[in-house]
Design a protein around this ligand. Structure first.
Ligand SMILES: [Zn+2]
Length: 362
């Protein structure tokens, strides 16, 4: 098989569109109004492969967190190049909706966030309601994204003091749960719904319509043990939904609000769009999260990139170092890691097909 992982967003996009067209899939593209890092056009692209007798839908999304698309795009390309796997989906009568680069800006610029520094996986909330507070973040913000980079001893001591006062889990929660008060900060959920999520919702509405069962795998990286794919339940706190996800994916399903995941319970996650877009459907959703580096190294890379947004005139060499650190925090060039990723994605995909093909007929 050709190497499915690409060296840039532009290359990944080109290969995805070619592969989708070769599969006679329907392709839909939504331009994102921002420049790419190589002056390329940025676009959220979707491929739909829908057999006439499809009875369920499986959604596979990549690059919800921009730079994590190096991994997710590779999984999608491997799938599009796999005759046996696609034939298996056809036999299971499952339609596929592959969404490439939910956040193309972040993919192109090596950021988790989009063109407005919004974390799309904290952005799917009702903005007419007051945002959930996150006082811990407000306390940490000036030390996480200081006026100079890298942070000085004073900032590192302040973070260490927060951890010793509140414990490491409280620190991870405050940093990564999502915050709606600091647009220049990390894990910022935005003030309004992003263009990417508006486009994505319309895709879900038009392609999810009529399906009683919809499975969803949203591919992420950056948390958990190196090369391990954690299957993080992404649905709502509903026992039946959790049990269904366990039947599909096994007892090692991680549930953030039960405290059994490498991820904290987050606010405004993308997977909740399914309840708005396809209210009649029974959704079964996970984030498939592949481990890369240690949590503190990942946080440091993310904070560095947030700093660069506030200081875009930083020396070129420093900017390049920060962007390269981001790529290294969310992807690995190791063929061993890549093999682990592809094997686990494939397993998770087939498990979803099994789950959907045994779903009760309406
Ligand atoms: Zn992610």
């Amino acid at each position: 098989m050709l190497q499915p992982f690409s060296a840039s967003y532009a290359m990944a996009r080109h290969r995805f569109l070619e592969a989708a067209r070769a599969r006679l899939g329907e392709v839909q593209s939504f331009a994102i109004d921002a420049p790419g890092s190589e002056d390329e056009a940025l676009s959220l692209d979707a491929a739909i492969i829908r057999p006439a007798d499809a009875r369920a839908l499986l959604v596979i999304t990549s690059a919800t967190h921009g730079v994590e698309g190096y991994c997710g795009s590779g999984c999608q390309l491997a799938l599009l190049g796999d005759d046996g796997l696609l034939a298996h989906a056809l036999r299971a009568k499952v339609a596929l909706l592959l969404v490439h680069a939910l956040n193309p800006y972040g993919f192109s610029w090596h950021s988790r966030t989009n063109e407005d520094n919004i974390d799309l996986n904290r952005n799917a909330r009702a903005f007419d309601a007051a945002p959930p507070p996150n006082e811990g973040y407000a306390q940490l913000h000036p030390h996480l994204v200081p006026p100079q980079w890298p942070p000085g001893a004073q900032q590192r001591e302040a973070v260490a003091a927060f951890i010793s006062a509140h414990g490491f889990p409280a620190y991870q929660d405050a940093v990564s749960r999502g915050q709606y008060t600091h647009p220049d900060g990390v894990f910022f959920g935005g003030k309004a719904r992003s263009a990417s999520l508006r486009h994505f919702r319309s895709l879900l509405e038009s392609h999810g319509r009529g399906f009683a069962d919809i499975g969803w795998i949203d591919i992420h990286t950056g948390l958990g043990p190196w090369g391990h794919g954690e299957k993080i339940f992404a649905g709502r706190n509903d026992l039946e939904e959790i049990e269904r996800a366990r039947r599909w994916w096994g007892l090692d399903l991680a549930v953030p609000f039960a405290g059994t995941s490498a991820s904290v319970a987050i606010t405004g996650q993308v997977a909740s769009l399914i309840y708005e877009a396809c209210p009649e459907a029974r959704p079964t959703s996970i984030a498939l999260e592949f481990g890369t580096v240690a949590l503190d190294a990942m946080f440091e890379a993310v904070c560095g990139e947030a700093w660069l947004r506030s200081y875009p005139h930083a020396p070129t060499e420093q900017a390049e170092r920060i962007r390269e650190a981001m790529r290294a925090a969310f992807f690995s060039d190791s063929p061993i890691w890549q093999g682990m990723v592809l094997g686990q994605f494939r397993t998770t995909f087939v498990q979803a097909l099994q789950g959907l093909s045994f779903a009760p007929r309406q």
